[in-house]
Design a protein around this ligand. Structure first.
Ligand code: 3PG
Length: 216
């Protein structure tokens, strides 16, 4: 199960980071992203009613792999797992969260930034390390620098990833891309243009597909 989840994350190559001001707005964004063919979604705990969003999506869209994001502690991780989260993401490293996810055999993606943090997360049993905030640290070049001594560590660069930089991050060895505001576009939704989000989702998938095809 956990292996299948990780495989699916890698195949999709994209983890949309869902942030929104309400349950309804989050669900509308989720639909717009899914309409673009993306079958993975990270529902962050900063969304008011995040648990309800996860529950609703788990019921209505069993085809979407739902993860919990911005999980800062073990208690929150447990709650999300019991609500059906299939992977757990955090912007930071919290060892209790990793232990809790292991207890339930759920994929865990803690955040880390420096080599020491990244190795600490990996040795504590992170399945993939979310390298955050990746763009602020130099973007794809920073990932390439990390992957030199740490080729075995799977990394998901997140923070400031855009359509313009997606291919560079993949070329630098990203396991998948964590994408927030550039894809999860609240402004487009507020303007009644969910198709902008759907179109962006399609573009991200096309970039991943093209990159993976070239690699084979
Ligand atoms: C987040 O925590 O919201 C993510 O890191 C996404 O960041 P982004 O909006 O810069 O892509």
């Amino acid at each position: 199960e956990k292996i299948a989840v990780l495989k699916s994350l890698r195949e999709t190559g994209l983890v949309p980071v869902l942030r929104a001001e309400s349950v309804d707005k989050a669900l509308a964004l989720a639909e717009a992203i899914a309409a673009g063919g993306v079958n993975v979604l990270e529902v962050t705990m900063t969304v008011p009613g995040a648990i309800q969003v996860m529950r609703t999506l788990a019921q209505k869209r069993p085809d979407i792999l739902i993860g919990a994001g911005t999980v800062l502690d073990a208690e929150t991780a447990r709650m999300c797992i019991l609500e059906g989260a299939q992977f757990v993401v955090s912007p930071a490293l919290n060892l209790g969260t990793i232990e809790m996810c292991h207890r339930y055999s759920i994929a865990v993606l803690p955040g880390a930034l420096t080599p020491t943090e990244i190795v600490t997360a990996w040795q504590a049993g992170a399945d993939v390390v979310k390298v955050f905030p990746a763009s602020a640290m130099g973007g794809a070049k920073y990932l390439t620098a990390l992957k030199g001594p740490l080729p075995q560590v799977e990394m998901i660069p997140t923070g400031g990833v855009s359509l313009a930089t997606a291919a560079e991050f993949l070329a630098a060895g990203a396991f998948a891309l964590g994408v927030g505001s550039d894809l999860v576009n609240a402004k487009a939704m507020a303007e009644g243009k969910p198709e902008v989000v759907t179109d962006s989702a399609k573009k991200y998938l096309a970039i991943v597909k093209e990159f993976r095809a070239k690699k084979i």
